[in-house]
Write a protein that binds this ligand. Structure first.
Ligand code: GLV
Length: 325
């Protein structure tokens, strides 16, 4: 627990002005500095008790006097790779729920594939009257990897469209599927399996949706071997690029293991101009914007964690570093 109670808050994100303005109104008793991540100075880190931001400022060898890092992103992978955040520093993540917005991102892409929106738009630009076979989403099968806030929301949205949804999670138990849970009947997952079963499940899925954080155990999970077991699936990734062997995607598409991919996250971001994915008509790219942190969400999330710290409690959103989220 940061001690004494944090007083100096450094907000280091693109949206720092809005976040600091809101915090100054809601908690005028604290001191604030705001900066874009790349503008954070060693003096800022020597001044601050709390750092609010998505990742470590570039080139910062240490976090100075910072005793608490509050991640404005749900994924905290950037803090758990070398140089790892000192174990004595509290790490919390934003409680903001990105599930609903990422579910809409996924549904938009799945409908785009079934409705052949890309090909129809191309034909329209060429003034071509070229009817395409439009397929229903209802009656298809999805495999949702990750059954937390994001995976659960994706599963509910697909279930409502008549998709049969299977879940994959670390424990094999989706939160709504927990034995004895009164909401059992409301679970959008027809079954949930442990992640070890992944390779045996992908062959049955029309849609494979990756909604997991990057951790030591998820890195490279969707390997070439797993991709080779897919049968003309569409792969959607809204988690982290490192969960997938991105270099195997062109082969997976050419060999028909995948019929398409919708990617929001990449091994290297921004995706380099040299990547073959940019020009592949089977691939839909979005630049890591499926579920962006909002100013309101960042502010209320930080204040919720701050209230716990001020009560001397560990915030509910403290990261379990061994687990990685
Ligand atoms: C975005 O990728 C996040 O981690 O919130």
């Amino acid at each position: 627990m940061p001690s004494p109670t944090p007083h100096r808050v450094l907000v280091a994100t693109r949206a720092h002005e809005g976040i600091v303005a809101a915090l100054r109104t809601l908690r005028p008793d604290l001191e604030y500095r705001g900066a874009a991540l790349t503008d954070v100075t060693p003096d800022d880190l020597a001044w601050a008790d709390v750092f609010v931001g998505f990742e470590r400022p570039p080139g910062a060898a240490t976090m100075g006097r910072v005793r608490w890092v509050h991640s404005t992103g749900a994924g905290v992978d950037a803090w758990l790779v070398p140089p790892n955040l000192d174990a004595s520093i509290l790490l919390t993540r934003t409680p903001e729920s990105f599930g609903p917005v990422i579910a809409e991102w996924a549904v938009a892409r799945i409908l785009a594939f079934q409705q052949q929106l890309g090909a129809l738009a191309d034909a329209q630009r060429n003034r071509q009257w070229a009817p395409r076979a439009i397929a229903r989403v209802a009656g298809t099968r999805a495999l949702v990897v990750g059954t937390g806030d994001v995976g659960g929301a994706v599963a509910r949205a697909l279930h409502r469209l008549g998709v049969q949804v299977t879940g994959v999670s670390r424990t094999g138990i989706a939160p709504n599927n927990a034995p004895g849970n009164a909401q059992d009947h409301a679970s959008p997952f027809s079954a949930t399996h442990r992640v070890e079963a992944l390779a045996g499940l992908v062959g049955d899925a029309h849609w494979i949706v990756l909604a997991i954080p990057e951790t030591a155990s998820s890195r490279g999970l969707v390997s070439r071997d797993v991709l080779s077991r897919c049968r003309s699936a569409v792969l959607l990734n809204a988690g982290r690029g490192a969960v997938l062997d991105e270099s195997a995607l062109p082969e997976a598409l050419d060999r028909g293991w995948l019929r398409g991919a919708a990617l929001d996250v990449f091994a290297e971001e921004p995706l380099p101009p040299s990547s073959p994915l940019w020009s592949d008509p089977r691939v839909m790219i979005s630049p890591h914007c499926s579920g962006r942190t909002t100013v309101d969400g960042a502010v209320s999330g930080f204040l919720e964690c701050l209230a716990a710290v001020e009560r001397g409690e560990t915030p509910r959103w403290a990261v379990d570093r061994a687990r990685g989220y």
